[in-house]
Each structure stands twice: as C-alpha cells, then as structure tokens.
Design a protein around this ligand. Structure first.
Ligand code: MG
Length: 289
C-alpha cells in the first residue's frame, strides 16, 4: 500500500487545527437535529450515554456512538447521507463561513501557506456535511466515524477520537503522513524534512478533550488558543486552561474580520513569515562555514 504523503514546500506551512463542537459550532453537533429526531431530550440522551460509559468502563465517545446506532432503530436509517444532512444543519459561530478564505489570502500575501484541519471527537460524516467542508475549507477532517455495512448503515465505530489520541494527528500533520493508517507517522524525520514544525501549528479548542493537544502544541513552541461562546461570555473553562498553562491566548469564538481571533491569527502569520526569514539566513550561513 502506497500512502500519499505531503512533502515539504518551499514556503512555510502554517497548520490551523480546530476542535469542532463549541469551537466552530455553538453546540454539540448531535444535539442539533439527530437527538431530537430519535425522540430524545438532549439532556436525557447525554445522561443515558454517559451512564452507559460509566457502568461499562466504556469510552464516552464509543458509548454515544453505540447509543446513536441503537436509538436510530425504528426511527431513521443511520447512513452517511443522513449524517451529512444533519451536518448541513449544524449552526456555526459568527463569521466562520468567510474565515478560511480570508486567512488563506492573508497567508498568501505574506508568503505563508495556511492549511486548516479538524481534530474532533464529534462525527466525521456530520462535519463533512457542513457547507464549509463541502467548499473544501479543510485539508483533512480527523474525527470519530462509523463503519457502514453493505447496505450503507452505520453498524460499528471506524474511528474514535478522544483526549490523548487526538494528539497523533498533530504528528501526522507535522510529518505530512496524513493517511490515518500510514505507519510513517512513527518514522524519524530530520528537522529539515519536517513539513509543519510544531512552531507552525495552531490549535483552537474550548474544553477538556483539547487539553492534550493544547499542551503539546504549547510546549513545542506552537500556538494554543482557547475560545468561548461570545453569546454567553462564559470564560470559566478557558480561564482555567490559561492558568494551568495549556493555552497562551483566550478569544471569543467570533471569526469575523477585525475580531480578536482574526487579529491574533494574522499576528501568528506575521511571526511565521518573520521567523522564516531569520531561519533561512541561519541555514544559508551554516552552508558557508
Ligand atoms: Mg469542543
């Protein structure tokens, strides 16, 4: 099996990695149509799902996936099309639709290739149903996903993504070994072959499942950003993350031009471009001695 790998570019690559629920969307994606259509109250669905996880020493995400498959029975056909349809109705935070193109253009104008990645415990099929994903905003969507049987019905988890296993995707992005099964992610890459060094990784998230990624990105010189809902203004989680040194910055999840997040990302692009000039000068000088 030949895996397609991304090679180092002549320009620096800045990878912006996003959690999905409560980072790009104000609520959990399952709570924006699916849970209601299987006749559940959102709160009760999560209570039962979490109780199943607790009672069986089960991963919380595996529990919600099993519950989704079970509750669909007799209510709806849980196939890729249906999941994508739910995804197409997921609400996004203000300005998300215009964000990706604008940041890409800013990067391009400053000699930086900007790429966007999703790393989410939510569902890949739903994320792929969103308008932004259909428009090609994401280089890759890493999220929990289903295995579909020969009739196209979800029967088993194909991937489950949670806490520390979220971090493996940062290493995939770093090395360009993006395929989920590419064992090359564990190979040694000399620094000059690293496509996206950690200093060029941005991680944007809102809660506990993001902490291992945030900590890793922060520790290796990257940029971890905590976002909070601009409507509620509740900063409790992100304030704690900043105090605990998981993140460096806190901004509202408002993706419009001129907002705190917009200015922060542009500053990171400026820094990336400036660092590249210095690094290239250093490498040139090294070659001459
Ligand atoms: Mg989240």
């Amino acid at each position: 099996m030949e895996y397609i790998r991304k090679q180092k570019e002549s320009l620096p690559v800045l990878a912006i990695c996003y959690d999905f629920d409560k980072t790009l969307s104000p609520d959990d994606m399952q709570a924006q149509g699916y849970i209601q259509s299987v006749g559940y109250d959102v709160k009760r669905f999560w209570e039962e799902s979490n109780a199943m996880a607790l009672a069986n020493d089960m991963d919380g995400n595996l529990a919600y996936m099993l519950k989704m498959v079970r509750e669909a029975e007799g209510n709806l056909v849980l196939n890729r099309k249906e999941l994508e349809r739910y995804g197409s109705h997921v609400q996004l935070f203000p300005g998300v639709e215009g964000w990706f193109d604008r940041i890409n253009r800013y990067g391009k104008a400053h000699g930086v290739i900007v790429e966007h990645y999703i790393i989410s415990s939510g569902l890949k099929e739903m994320i792929e149903g969103t308008e932004i994903a259909k428009n090609g905003a994401f280089e890759k969507v890493y999220a929990s996903s289903f295995y579909f049987n020969e009739r196209g019905v979800a029967v088993w988890p194909a991937q489950v993504i949670n806490y520390t296993n979220k971090t493996q995707f940062l290493f995939r992005i770093e090395k360009g070994t993006l395929d989920i099964n590419d064992p090359g992610v564990n190979e040694y890459f000399p620094p000059e072959k690293i496509r996206v060094p950690f200093r060029n990784i941005v991680y944007i998230g809102d809660s506990d499942t993001d902490i291992p990624c945030m900590k890793l990105v922060n520790s290796y010189g990257g940029h971890s950003i905590g976002v909070y809902d601009p409507d509620t203004g509740n900063k409790e989680k992100v304030n704690k993350m900043l105090r605990d040194n998981r993140i460096r910055y806190i901004v509202p999840a408002d993706y419009f031009e001129g907002t705190g997040l917009d200015r922060l990302l542009k500053a990171i692009i400026d820094k990336t471009a400036a660092f590249e000039v210095l690094e290239n000068k250093h490498l040139e000088d090294l070659r001459d001695v």
